[in-house]
Design a protein around this ligand. Structure first.
Ligand code: ZN
Length: 280
């Protein structure tokens, strides 16, 4: 059975059965696991074994009531220009190492969180989002997937005005406004995703398709990124990586299109899930 993991009211949940029912981890395990999601990520192999024994019960998961599957990460990384198509549309050179920035953890939001529109240059970026299980330093590329708990779909919402307000540009703050890092709806165990290096991904804005890609177009793969980052910083259980967005963002369109209150963004990675974000 595929392990799917979510978080509601700050408590770790398993998502079980064909109807995606939520099972509270601490209660179902009689306290063997506690309610803190980061503790579950650090015991991911054990959790996988336990989850196989859990039967569906409880409410069907409603993405509107879920937190991000890793709601309190200590580090959130973003990778820029990681699809050739996106680098080219922005007229930027293809990076020769992962172009890494920070999304501060206070920007993390649930899968269907509202996006507050601040100013007139707020942009969408659909992305494959990775959550770390057992972290560490100096992780080899060959074993990198064994340090990944699972995969989600997310939006790296970006304030382009803030991102390019200074020279040289500095991405961190423009990517970190309130609710600018929504992801979910749950995390799917990476070990159970057969095509984890080639996932079809797309997003619509008000029903119109804006971005479509397959993650095998990533310049730096998930394994590359996990290995690269861990050679510099220690990766910790529950850390989150936004792996980059393909072509089709609003700022690279002619004319440019930016988000406005009332807009609805629907983001999907096939086999993983869908998130829906309303701009307010
Ligand atoms: Zn991005």
């Amino acid at each position: 059975m595929t392990l799917k993991f979510a978080c509601r009211d700050g408590r770790a949940q398993l998502v079980v059965g064909p109807n995606n029912q939520l099972v509270d981890l601490e209660i179902a395990s009689n306290g063997k696991f506690d309610s803190n999601p980061n503790n579950a990520f650090s015991r991911w192999a054990e959790l996988r074994e336990f989850a196989a024994s859990v039967s569906p019960s409880g409410d069907a998961a409603d993405p509107n009531t879920l937190d991000a599957p890793s709601p309190s990460p200590r580090q959130v990384f973003g990778i820029g220009l990681n699809y050739r198509s996106h680098a080219e549309e922005g007229g930027m050179p293809i990076p020769t190492s992962p172009l890494t920035f920070t999304k501060f953890p206070t920007s993390v939001a649930g899968p269907n969180a509202d996006i507050p529109i601040v100013g007139n240059a707020i942009d969408w970026e659909v992305e494959l989002v990775v959550v770390i299980s057992t972290g560490g330093r100096d992780i080899h590329k060959e074993s990198a997937w064994s340090h990944v708990a699972g995969l989600c779909v997310g939006q790296d919402i970006s304030d382009r005005a803030l991102q390019f307000a200074t020279q040289p540009p500095q991405f961190n703050l423009g990517k970190s406004r309130k609710n600018y890092s929504p992801f979910g709806p749950w995390l799917v165990d990476a070990a159970d995703v057969p095509n984890r290096d080639a996932l079809p991904m797309h997003m619509t804005l008000n029903g119109q398709e804006m971005q479509r890609a397959v993650t095998d177009d990533l310049i730096f793969s998930v394994s590359d990124i996990v290995s690269y980052l861990s050679n510099i910083v220690e990766l910790l259980p529950g850390d989150v990586i936004f792996t980059g967005t393909p072509a089709g963002v609003g700022g690279s369109r002619q004319p440019q299109v930016f988000l406005k209150p009332g807009d609805v963004i629907v983001s999907t990675i096939e086999g993983i899930g869908t998130t829906t974000n309303k701009c307010v």
